[in-house]
Design a protein around this ligand. Structure first.
Ligand SMILES: [Zn+2]
Length: 86
């Protein structure tokens, strides 16, 4: 059985450790697992999970845990250059 959250079951009330925004866009949204943790057991919001994936796609290193919370805007897939022909 999962440990009960002090915030209850509404993940929009849980802060994302990476950006301090809401962890969930809706109460049941569990976000994603951060790539900085080998076990992928650090929960971050969906926008941060996308940011980490985009950094990976761009060949950038993930933002280390020690540099959280994020100060810049989240990257999105729009930040990835389009490959001609695809
Ligand atoms: Zn976040």
């Amino acid at each position: 059985m999962a440990t009960p959250s002090p915030y209850g079951t509404d993940n929009t009330q849980v802060p994302c450790p990476r950006c301090r925004g809401p962890l969930g866009d809706f109460p049941e949204d569990i976000g994603g697992g951060s790539r900085v943790a080998v076990e992928r057991d650090v929960r971050i919001c969906g926008r941060c999970a996308t940011d980490e994936a985009v950094r990976d796609a761009l060949g950038r290193a993930p933002l280390p845990y020690g540099e959280w919370p994020l100060r810049d805007d989240h990257l999105t897939w729009a930040d990835v250059p389009k490959v001609p022909g695809f």
